[in-house]
Design a protein around this ligand. Structure first.
Ligand code: ATP
Length: 358
């Protein structure tokens, strides 16, 4: 990844209004050359609107988009050095793999031999057997079609490739395999990838940096490590998956009290700037049963149910004073020794919880 300050792509104050409704609200962002950058957010957060403006399918109501220092607001889509890979992949169904890939090179007016050489290069790069040149895309698997769409996009030799949820329609296993493959292709091509998805998990696997969107605004930008370990607020923390969330208020140095309750927990923060907020405790860091006894923060509840989640088991714990059930996860080969219905202690160390604002 290169230095973000180089700002290959720079967005300043990008806003999109539809009548009175603000779909994208004052986005400022710098993306470096060669970066795998992902915009992630729930449905309606403005991701598609953003990418439509970036590729030139739509115009911002306000703000400026610069690519390599050049303003590209008014550049029509077909004049932009960018390319989009859609969720539908938008392949020509009645054409062969080769014909699909060479489409853009044909437009550029290259002769047949040069086209074939380039297509072969791209097929090799994307690990498509050269014998597929004549194969109909209709006869390709989901993963192969994905690679054909990518090869076709790369054939344009764009400065930036945009991806609009290309994996969301695929089944779980294929999606997982293609996430890694896409990251490998990114590495091999060195191109700048800008990706949108509603899945933070997917974003985490592939991205150098992630921007989390909510209601048209960017809530947090950071590396997967930063987002996971230092979520800025409750929305980001909860967007990442199942977490235990407690509304708390400061009750002393390094202490917070549950709002509307008596339970008090120790935190690592000095709480200088904190009055009220949320304590986030991930299910996987919670200890349960005997292992909880050594923890600084402890609480008792009833082991209600358990769920096998592949490599982990999740336990649901009912604690009288909390409306929400607590979730605890253990590795499958280190299960909790008790039984459903048992009174059990759960606990965690102050360093393992996260304090966030609303
Ligand atoms: P999803 O993940 O469901 O695709 P998204 O994050 O991509 O969602 P957008 O499609 O960008 O969200 O939409 C953002 C908001 O803007 C939504 O509330 C949507 O209804 C609204 N919107 C999008 N396009 C238009 C339009 N042409 N006219 C009016 N409102 C629009």
């Amino acid at each position: 990844m290169s230095d973000v300050n180089e700002s290959f792509l720079e967005l300043s104050g990008i806003t999109k209004r539809f009548g009175d409704f603000v779909a994208v609200d004052d986005i400022n962002l710098k993306i470096a050359e060669g970066e795998f950058f992902t915009l992630v957010g729930p449905s309606g957060s403005g991701k598609t609107t953003m990418i439509r403006m970036l590729v030139g399918m739509d115009q911002p109501s306000d703000g400026e988009m610069r690519l390599k220092g050049q303003v590209m607001n008014n550049l029509p889509a077909n004049k932009r050095p960018t390319c989009m890979v859609f969720q539908s992949l938008a392949l020509f169904p009645h054409k062969s793999v080769g014909e699909n890939i060479e489409f853009s090179i044909k437009i550029a007016g290259q002769d047949k031999a040069a086209r074939r050489t380039r297509v072969n290069q791209l097929m090799e790069q994307l690990r498509l057997p050269l014998s597929y040149y004549e194969k109909s895309v209709m006869q390709c698997s989901g993963g192969e079609r994905q690679r054909v769409a990518l090869a076709r996009a790369l054939a344009f030799d764009p400065d930036i490739l945009f991806f609009d949820e290309p994996l969301s329609a695929l089944d779980f296993r294929l999606r997982k395999a293609l996430e890694k493959e896409l990251k490998d292709i990114h590495r091999e091509t060195g191109k700048t990838f800008v990706y949108i998805t509603h899945s933070l998990e997917e974003a985490m696997v592939m991205s150098d940096r992630i921007a989390i969107m909510r209601q048209g605004r960017i809530v947090q930008v950071g590396t997967p490590h930063e987002i996971y370990n230092y979520p800025k607020n409750k929305f980001v923390a909860q967007f990442m998956g199942e977490v235990n969330t407690l509304a708390v208020k400061k009750s002393g140095k390094n202490k917070v009290k549950v709002v509307g309750g008596d339970d008090e927990f120790t935190v690592l923060d000095d709480l200088a700037d904190f009055t009220t907020g949320f304590l986030i405790i991930r299910p996987e860091i919670l200890k349960i049963g005997k292992a909880a006894a050594k923890m600084k923060n402890r609480i008792k509840g009833v082991a209600y149910n358990d769920y096998a989640l592949g490599s982990r088991v999740q336990y649901q714990i009912i604690i009288d004073q909390f409306e929400e059930h607590w979730l605890v996860e253990r590795l499958q080969d280190e299960p909790y020794e008790g039984r459903r219905g048992d009174m059990v202690e759960i606990g965690w160390q102050p360093a393992d919880s996260i304090l966030v604002s609303e």
